[in-house]
Write a protein that binds this ligand. Structure first.
Ligand SMILES: Cc1cc2nc3c(=O)[nH]c(=O)nc-3n(C[C@H](O)[C@H](O)[C@H](O)COP(=O)(O)OP(=O)(O)OC[C@H]3O[C@@H](n4cnc5c(N)ncnc54)[C@H](O)[C@@H]3O)c2cc1C
Length: 232
């Protein structure tokens, strides 16, 4: 997979700092922005979001290209409703080679599983091609394609939604592929706007405990996870 932060709001932290001060200052947003500096922005964002007024960070948007992932992954991704998506269409793009599929590591690492997985995908590819040759439209031939089918998607989220997405999808309870995507998105967003993504990561990084309760995976060590994500 390839994840690339394509575009983001210019001066995202200065802008969100301006939004945070707009509610309590007499000056206009444009006057506040003119005087805003990074140190004040970071301090005010931390202060205001710290007591729950997280809407101020909705003014910063981040657009990612997510490439070569499975349809199983994007089906989960698009459940996040406070985001904008555009996905490669199986009505227009032909799936013609085996490289168009994602193989989970658990299958790659198991010789017998890898063999039957590969054979099945080969059969699916052949049938798909035969359907096209029979004059079946791509939009109908695609009914044979599996969750493993590779796809590309572009997604835009504001910083508040991104933080929520990271809470859910950087978590060990999340499925491996969307977790890999979320962690890479977090790394790139945090590099760009560290003040907006301080303490971002699975919920336990912010809360200090696991909200999953009894279903918390036994391998999870909250202190280690906090350390890992805070140093990202
Ligand atoms: C580990 C894990 C397992 C999952 N398993 C399943 C499963 O088995 N089956 C399944 O169907 N889904 C499953 N999901 C998906 C999950 O139920 C959510 O649909 C998905 O995580 C999106 O979360 P969200 O609704 O909080 O986020 P978003 O859609 O991004 O929304 C962000 C926030 O906006 C608010 N919001 C958005 N829309 C509304 C609304 N209509 N009304 C009120 N408030 C709203 C809520 O506060 C919400 O948290 C799973 C998710 C995870 C992380």
């Amino acid at each position: 997979m390839k994840i690339k932060l394509l575009r983001y709001t210019a001066d995202a932290e200065l802008l969100c700092g301006t939004a945070a001060l707009t509610s309590t200052k007499t000056g206009s947003p444009s006057e506040i922005l003119e005087k805003m500096n990074m140190e004040t922005a970071k301090r005010i964002i931390k202060h205001v979001t710290g007591y729950g007024h997280v809407s101020v960070i909705e003014h910063a948007s981040f657009t990612f290209s997510i490439e070569g992932v499975s349809r199983a992954m994007t089906h989960q991704l698009v459940r996040h409703r406070i985001a904008s998506f555009t996905q490669q269409s199986q009505r227009y793009v032909t799936y013609d080679t085996l490289e168009k599929y994602v193989t989970p590591p658990s299958i790659t690492n198991n010789a017998e599983a890898k063999k039957i997985f590969g054979e099945t995908l080969e059969k699916i590819s052949e049938t798909y091609q035969k359907l096209l040759k029979l004059g079946i439209k791509k939009e109908d031939a695609r009914f044979i394609l599996p969750n493993a089918a590779k796809t590309n998607i572009i997604v835009t989220m504001n910083a508040r939604e991104l933080r929520h997405f990271f809470n859910l999808r950087c978590c060990t309870r999340s499925q491996w592929e969307i977790r890999e995507v979320a962690i890479e998105m977090l790394k790139q967003a945090k590099k760009t706007a560290p003040a907006l993504f301080e303490n971002a990561g699975p919920s336990c990084v912010e809360l200090g405990y696991c909200p999953e309760g009894k279903i918390k995976p036994p391998e999870c060590n909250v202190e280690e996870i906090k350390k890992r994500f805070r140093s990202m």
